[in-house]
Design a protein around this ligand. Structure first.
Ligand code: SF4
Length: 295
């Protein structure tokens, strides 16, 4: 893509960010503390902003820095994850806090490789911490941004390296924080997965897909970083796992009660398999042979 085209799009994004109707006011946008940014980005993986707001505040009141989180048991951190789902993230955040205290003097590191080595921190989260805490000049590609890149800039599905390269090229030097937050909001507020609001979109004039009248196929479909349809939740193992962790937050669960707790009263084998899965991941442990508890 020509540099002039990239530069014009970059200017449109910054104009949108600077406008009074620009960015959403979110608590994690009022801080540059790397731990707070890491907590918010971990919670926002696969969970909507509206569901994160309450747990984010409560979690940080309890675990205000990596040392406080590392000093708690994994079970306490899983307990503080109430309402967010995907409880493995809580466990990874606890492990990341331990790594920060053991290897980085109690601080979240500010280098890509060191961030990537933290449990649960993938390419997106590492770059989000770099951009939003350290204001480093890197492009952040979540599912929202990935749609904008594919539809507006490329006009076709992108491979992972292409999406990251394009995102990096777009970043205005020294204004990475503002630019990346604006890209996230463009995707979340206008360039949505199912019904993009092209008429009111601030970058419409620079959008390749809109210029082609949004003719199918959607360039975002199958493009790197865009979300895939999730498998059905009702009746899934994930639902049973969630029920079991919710019960464990309140107290121990006897082996004999696993089937009822997971919601499969007639399928003890499935319930036991799910419980053993939680134990293997470190999300639960057996106390004695017949009682499951948080770690
Ligand atoms: S004009 Fe439409 S397709 Fe293009 S970036 Fe905006 S919302 Fe997305």
């Amino acid at each position: 893509m020509a540099e002039a085209e990239v530069a014009a799009f970059r200017r449109s994004v910054l104009r949108f960010a600077a406008a009074g109707t620009g960015l959403r006011d979110l608590p994690w946008r009022r801080t540059r503390d790397a731990w707070r940014v890491l907590v918010s980005e971990t919670m926002l993986q696969q969970t909507q902003v509206s569901r994160v707001l309450g747990p984010y505040r409560a979690f940080l009141e309890r675990f205000g820095d990596p040392a406080a989180c590392a000093a708690a048991s994994p079970g306490e951190v899983v307990r503080a994850w109430t309402g967010l789902g995907y409880n493995r993230r809580a466990l990874n955040l606890h492990r990341a806090a331990v790594a920060c205290t053991e290897r980085h003097g109690g601080r979240v590191p500010g280098e890509l490789e060191a961030l990537r080595s933290l449990p649960g921190v993938g390419p997106y989260t590492a770059r989000a911490v770099l951009a939003f805490a350290f204001e480093a000049d890197v492009g952040v590609v979540d599912t929202n941004v990935a749609r904008v890149l594919a539809r507006a800039l490329a006009g076709r599905p992108l491979r992972p390296a292409e999406a990251q390269d394009l995102a990096d090229r777009l970043v205005p030097r020294g204004r990475s924080w503002l630019h990346n937050q604006a890209m996230l909001d463009l995707g979340a507020r206008y360039c949505t997965a199912r019904s993009p609001a092209c008429d009111g979109c601030p970058v419409r004039r620079r959008c390749r897909w809109a210029a082609a009248d949004g003719v199918p196929p959607d360039p975002a479909t199958g493009s790197a970083g865009t979300s895939r349809p999730q498998s059905r939740f009702d009746g899934s193992d994930r639902q049973g796992r969630g029920r079991l962790v919710a019960a464990l937050r309140k107290g121990p669960v006897a082996a004999a009660g696993l089937a009822a707790t997971t919601g499969w009263p007639d399928d003890h084998g499935r319930a036991r398999r799910v419980a053993d899965g939680l134990v293997a991941e470190g999300l639960a442990r057996w106390s004695g042979e017949r009682t499951l508890v948080l770690p």
